[in-house]
Design a protein around this ligand. Structure first.
Ligand code: CP
Length: 353
């Protein structure tokens, strides 16, 4: 049962996720069969933050399905620049489009927008929080390249704190049996509390490392990430963190012959350019899988008439995360989700109590 909007890939049940992955791989084999599937449909892309892959692959996906695309790639060219609220902007686009794709630098923005419109909305990245369509891309890549989504030793290296792709990937891959995460990061850039709580709650196996060399021989997948400069409050903090973890040809000599290297991209300096020539480097193919993954997602969401069934409680306390959408769009109701004894902001997942 597809839900109305896609805010977090974890919201999909296992059958829906499986059917999405299978559809993406079918489209990859015979894309022409799907060229009219969205004829007459319009997708709006609202990009409040820069993007190459996500934006262009969504647009290409809709065009390859026979649909059309409207939207903006810089909020300065829209009435957001005049002070229009997120709520009003999405309500207007919902009058024009059948489906909305939104990237926003503020955590929880897609969930906030989904409360005010009836057309489906896809979270194309909300600050450092979640990036479900990158994760869909990643699982399609893993399934195609390795043939399985279980029993994998997955190294995650770099900025665990701010890499939304990593947060989404951990939650999704935790559904499958016998996966183990090798978390390689500096202490200051460890996973946020809500992801660690999730891992403990779901008994997800993980180990921590402060260098690549110690764990690379064990890995089936090494998922590199960029240090997310735009998420740091101070430039000197970024300067201290950059360049600590660099994957080199020398380090790759210790990796298994069938290990694959993934990266959501863009990359900066965390992978030496010589590594691009290693047949185990799959990040450019990964971006291509993203096109088929997004074609599959658009089809499924437009062909589903299901409504969202998620329920949240109202809280007395407001979220204290300064990067949460509730801090800037102050009309939002303070919804929370409850897990055991703990309450988490429904927008950004920060622990409330
Ligand atoms: N992986 C990813 O989200 O890339 P873009 O920021 O270029 O969309």
């Amino acid at each position: 049962m597809f839900s109305k909007s896609l805010i977090d890939l974890y919201d999909l049940d296992s059958d829906d996720l499986e059917s999405l992955i299978n559809l993406a791989l079918k489209i990859k084999e015979s894309p022409k069969e799907y060229m009219d599937r969205c004829h007459g449909k319009i997708m709006a892309t609202l990009f409040y933050e820069p993007s190459t892959r996500t934006q262009m692959s969504f647009k290409t996906a809709m065009l390859r399905l026979g649909g059309q695309v409207i939207g903006f790639d810089d909020p300065k060219n829209s009435s957001v620049a005049k002070g229009e609220s997120l709520r009003d902007t999405v309500k207007i686009f919902a009058n024009y489009a059948d489906i909305i794709v939104m990237r926003n630098p503020i955590e929880g923005a897609a969930f906030a927008a989904s409360q005010y419109i009836d057309v489906p909305i896809i979270n194309a990245g909300d600050g450092g929080h979640m990036h479900p369509t990158q994760t869909l891309t990643d699982v399609v890549t893993l399934k195609s390249e390795l043939g399985r989504l279980h029993n994998l030793k997955i190294g995650l290296c770099g900025d665990m704190l701010n890499s939304r792709t990593v947060h989404s990937l951990i939650k999704t891959m935790s559904r499958y049996e016998d996966n183990c995460f090798y978390l390689i990061s500096a202490k200051e850039l460890e996973l946020p509390e809500y992801v660690l709580d999730f891992m403990r709650e779901h008994k997800v196996e993980f180990k921590t490392f402060d260098n690549i060399e110690d764990c690379i021989p064990d890995l089936d997948v090494l998922y590199m990430t960029r240090i997310q400069r735009e998420r740091f409050d101070k430039e000197e903090d970024y300067q201290r963190q950059k360049g600590i973890f660099i994957l080199t040809v020398d380090k790759m000599k210790k990796a298994k012959e069938d290990m694959i290297i993934m990266h959501p991209l863009p990359k900066v300096d965390e992978i030496d350019v010589e590594v691009d020539d290693d047949k185990r480097a799959k990040y450019f193919e990964q971006a291509r899988y993203g096109l088929f993954a997004r074609m599959a997602l658009i089809i499924k969401m437009l062909e589903s008439d299901n409504k969202s069934t998620a329920q949240y409680d109202l809280s007395d306390s407001l979220c204290k995360n300064p990067k949460c959408i509730t801090q800037t769009e102050t009309y939002l109701k303070p919804y929370v989700s409850t897990v055991g004894e703990n309450k988490y902001c429904a927008y950004c997942d920060t622990k409330i109590n």
